[in-house]
Design a protein around this ligand. Structure first.
Ligand code: HXC
Length: 255
């Protein structure tokens, strides 16, 4: 039994978390299957963007508490329990999390591993791990703090309070809110727009923006400049600019 459902729709890949009996709780199999799928799309020239979604009730209600509860420190550390999430987070194609319902704990952390979060009107985000005697462990303490700032990240992680889609958009976690029933279509539309551009340039843009989370502004701008100059070694730049001048639609290389 697989824990995800994969569809190719035009140049977008849609990955649907599929553990309805556990509100899409993220066990180790989900992590492995998601990372494998994302890596295979990275190598698939027909796909230019990946959308991850769940169900209307839950994007994902967290890491799988029942799987984790009996684990020992030796097992967690020795097997590096969450290593597959690093593989997923290293996806090179742009990724969109389309969040309806609960995105809690590891679910919120998975959404934050994606490049863009779009939410349905009734989505709810939170890091309630403190109620379980632990804290976020899939990047939440770091990514949430960078995305929404220290004070609000502290408040959410220390109280376990959930926030709604509107608050999540106001504080910069969510890029856009759509009607619940339209969320998937809107996310796919966004994915097709991205995938309609040059796949290589989209990957380079993602890599460059992601640098902002890792290095100083001076270093980041230096990296951007080098990446920008390198684009003049690609026919994508020649074609994109020529098409603008000739008032026609560009035809980017399909790598
Ligand atoms: C395992 C889960 C689960 C989870 C829900 N379920 N969340 N199983 N791990 N994280 C299961 C329930 O046990 C139940 O199965 C079924 O899904 C339906 O859930 P209900 O609780 O009956 O639904 P509802 O009453 O609608 O409540 C929804 C909910 C609640 C508010 C989202 O399920 C909830 O609080 N879930 C836990 C949220 C959480 O604490 N997430 C953080 C996890 S820790 P059964 O068989 O019992 O009926 C985490 C750590 C990350 O993510 C850091 C390291 C990875």
């Amino acid at each position: 039994m697989t824990t995800i459902i994969i569809e190719k729709i035009g140049r977008a890949a849609l990955i649907r978390l599929n553990r309805p009996e556990a509100l899409n709780a993220l066990n180790r199999q989900v992590a492995k299957e998601l990372a494998d799928a994302a890596q295979s799309f990275d190598r698939d020239p027909d796909i230019g963007c990946i959308v991850i979604t769940g169900s209307e009730k839950a994007f994902a209600a967290g890491a799988d508490i029942k799987e984790m509860q009996p684990a020992s420190h030796r097992e967690m550390y020795g097997q590096d329990w969450f290593a597959d999430w690093d593989r997923f987070a290293a996806t090179r194609l742009p990724t969109i999390a389309a969040v309806n319902g609960y995105a809690l704990g590891g679910g919120c952390e998975l959404a934050m591993m994606c490049d863009i979060i779009v939410a349905g009107e009734t989505a709810r985000f939170g890091q309630p791990e403190i109620k379980l005697g632990v804290m976020p462990g899939m990047g939440g303490t770091q990514r949430l703090t960078r995305l929404i700032g220290k004070s609000k990240a502290m408040e959410l992680c220390l109280t376990g309070r959930l926030m709604d889609a509107q608050e999540a958009e106001r504080c910069g976690l969510v890029a856009r809110i759509f009607a619940t029933a339209e969320l998937e279509a809107k996310a796919l539309e966004m994915a097709q727009t991205i995938a309609g551009f040059s796949r290589t340039i989209a990957m380079m843009t993602k890599e460059t923006i992601s640098r902002a989370e890792e290095v100083s502004t001076v270093e980041g701008v230096r990296f951007e400049r080098r990446m920008f100059y390198s684009m003049f070694g690609l026919e994508d730049q020649r074609e994109g600019m020529a098409a603008y001048i000739e008032k026609r639609k560009p035809e980017f290389p399909r790598d």
